[in-house]
Design a protein around this ligand. Structure first.
Ligand SMILES: C[S@@+](CC[C@H](N)C(=O)[O-])C[C@H]1O[C@@H](n2cnc3c(N)ncnc32)[C@H](O)[C@@H]1O
Length: 211
């Protein structure tokens, strides 16, 4: 994704600790204290500008959501939405996914969403893909038993890689659709990238899986 420097992003993020955590030092976050209730916690990793996680949070007040993104210049767009209309069940977290094990406790999360993750097409970058087994190891630690990973993309090669990585792990595939927008699936929430790529006529692939 092409990144633009956004003037004032760092300062805005720093000024809204009630809406966003800028986890520069990978400090542990006590999730019980963060939301002050015992609703389940779902996270989206690589949320971009946050339309998906924001809409999910708005539609599901009894679930707590954490939208995770590593770049200031991107997450600040989600922060702007949250400033306009804050949601008590949504928190934003600026960090890299590879640090999540240090930040969240084991078995604290009930769902992980990965939407339109960067495909990193070169083989030598495979470890950066968010469905690489190194990341699956992290999700396994975070997710409570029998809780799902949800993955969507329009990128066939990434989908194929992810399917193989998950089944090899081994994870059980609990749902798979190779043309989501022309399927019976109800309640799909389009992400920013999903809107862009489906407009170009790309098919959207989705799967869910459990460890
Ligand atoms: C292609 S964009 C998709 C954004 C959004 N999910 C959507 O569907 O519109 C992928 C996003 O994942 C973020 N990302 C990639 N690797 C990440 C990582 N290791 N940790 C956190 N965010 C990551 C990127 O910065 C980028 O904003």
């Amino acid at each position: 994704m092409r990144l633009r420097y956004v003037k004032g992003a760092k300062e805005l993020i720093a000024s809204k600790p009630e809406l966003i955590i800028d986890n520069i030092n990978n400090e542990f976050i006590d999730l019980d204290k963060l939301f002050n209730n015992d609703f389940p916690i779902h996270i989206e990793i690589g949320m971009g500008k946050g339309k998906f996680v924001y809409t999910k949070a708005k539609q599901n007040p009894n679930i707590n959501f954490i939208g995770i993104e590593r770049f200031d210049s991107v997450i600040v767009r989600a922060l702007e939405k949250a400033i306009e209309e804050p949601l008590s069940n949504l928190m934003l977290l600026r960090t890299d996914a590879s640090d999540l094990r240090e930040i969240f406790g084991n078995k604290t999360i009930e769902r992980v969403y990965l939407n339109f993750s960067d495909p990193w097409p070169k083989d030598r970058h495979a470890k950066r893909r968010l469905t690489h087994k190194n990341f699956l190891n992290i999700y396994k630690d975070l997710l409570k038993d029998n809780c799902e990973l949800h993955f969507k993309t329009d990128n066939k090669d990434l989908f194929q890689f992810s399917f193989e990585e998950l089944t090899k792990y081994p994870m059980n595939i609990t749902y798979m659709e190779l043309d989501l927008h022309n399927s019976d699936f109800k309640g799909n929430i389009m992400t920013e990238f999903e809107e862009k790529f489906s407009r170009l006529g790309n098919k959207i692939y989705k799967l869910t899986a459990i460890f």
